[in-house]
Design a binder for this molecule. Structure first.
Ligand code: FES
Ligand SMILES: [Fe+2]
Length: 386
């Protein structure tokens, strides 16, 4: 091998080993040691508008029931009956696949009834009744509430924690996990936004490859020509020296991520002058990416489906006041983002394919990919040293 190249490579940081992106064993460890421990962004409070509203979410194979309780609070439970383990509620997609209709999980009276033997729970998860069983028969209702899932909110998003007792024993709060992000985004009216459009993308790549890709702009020049037209700094110096803290400027005359770089929608009223003209992005491991323009915000939730597959749920959010206008049309932002997204997912899939090559043991991070190094530290801190 050429010694010049050897010397150059010696200065580059190595990526995680390729096996971390393709091994089922690593995926199972990530599920237990990351996704079952950390707070996961899982949706918007607006998804559950009234008491009795519910959603069923698949979190790496764990079915979670999120409900709005009678008092108006959001609650989350493992979607499994304490009696013999039947799944209590189905998502609309799951219900469609069932060829016979079993009893529906949530009643209009605000209870969750198991379709098997009719054990019935309150929306807060407490067991209310179990036919023909009484406390004196060695049956104690109080100890048979639904298994809880932690739920916290921030900025109109709700977050789940699959090990809530462990999280509170170790003071793993949502706010700690969010770190400096709430302060950095304090002028964005996130809780006043509403989702105008959501697209779920099935991406043939490991979730970490997607997070790494989000974290660097070294790829923007080759992969995103349209985006670089709008934000020339993304390709200048290979995407190095980007000031994410203060935002990235657009080309002259442009101020947002749409096909034209402009919009008739009003900028969020509380933003600073810089934020009205620049673009910001945040990543909150393990599954939450935010991209913030002057008048819309895009949220990406990563839902790993296996070592080599991830569903990316992409929500396009606008101020409720703009959505209420009769001529509101989000397609200028949605179409632009959809193009950028599909470019990203296509290149992530190529990476996933390439990493399976028997000769590819690991990759390198170029200096302008420093932020991608975060994931190597994040993973090794949680799964142990390489
Ligand atoms: S499994 Fe739920 S009531 Fe029997
Ligand atoms: Fe990209």
């Amino acid at each position: 091998m050429n010694t010049q190249t050897d010397r150059e490579l010696a200065t580059l940081q190595k990526s995680l080993p390729s096996s971390y992106y393709i091994s089922d064993d690593i995926y199972r460890r990530e599920k237990e040691q990351i996704f079952c421990r950390e707070w996961l962004c899982a949706g918007r409070e607006e998804d559950l508008p009234a008491p009795g509203s519910f959603v069923v979410l698949d979190v790496l194979g764990e079915s979670v029931l999120v409900v709005r309780s009678k008092s108006g609070q959001l609650k989350a439970h493992y979607n499994v009956c304490r009696h013999r383990g039947a799944r209590l509620c189905l998502s609309p997609q799951e219900a469609q696949k069932e060829t016979v209709k079993l009893g529906w999980g949530i009643s209009s009276a605000g209870t969750i009834r198991c379709p098997y033997h009719s054990w019935t729970y309150g929306l807060d998860g407490e067991l209310l009744s179990a036919p023909f069983l009484r406390d004196r028969e060695g049956f104690c209702r109080e100890s048979l509430s639904l298994h809880p899932v932690g739920l916290e909110t921030w900025g109109g998003f709700f977050f789940l924690n699959l090990s809530p007792a462990d999280a509170s024993a170790h003071d793993r709060t949502l706010l700690r996990q969010l770190g400096p992000v709430p302060e950095r985004l304090t002028r964005y009216p996130l809780s006043e936004l509403r989702t105008a459009r959501r697209i779920d993308y099935e991406v043939g790549a490991n979730w970490k490859a997607i997070a790494e890709n989000y974290n660097e702009c070294y790829h923007c020049g080759p992969v995103h020509p349209e985006l670089c037209e709008l934000v020339p700094d993304f390709k200048r110096h290979g995407g190095a020296r980007l000031d994410w803290e203060n935002g990235i400027p657009h080309r002259r005359g442009a101020f947002t991520f749409t096909c034209t770089g402009t919009s008739g929608r009003a900028a969020f009223a509380t933003l600073s002058q810089e934020e009205r003209e620049r673009h910001k992005g945040e990543i909150i491991y393990p599954n939450f990416l935010l991209s913030l323009s002057a008048e819309h915000v895009v949220a990406f939730l990563l839902w790993p489906q296996g070592a080599d597959r991830t569903v990316v749920s992409c929500s396009f959010m606008f101020h409720a006041g703009e959505i209420a206008k009769p001529d509101f049309d989000p397609s200028d932002a949605v179409n632009f983002w959809d193009l950028i997204n599909r470019q990203d997912w296509a290149i992530c899939r190529r990476v996933q394919q390439g990493m399976c090559a028997r000769v590819h043991q690991f990759g390198y991070y170029a200096p302008m990919e420093d932020l991608s190094l975060d994931i190597r530290r994040y993973i090794t801190e949680r799964l142990g040293a390489l």
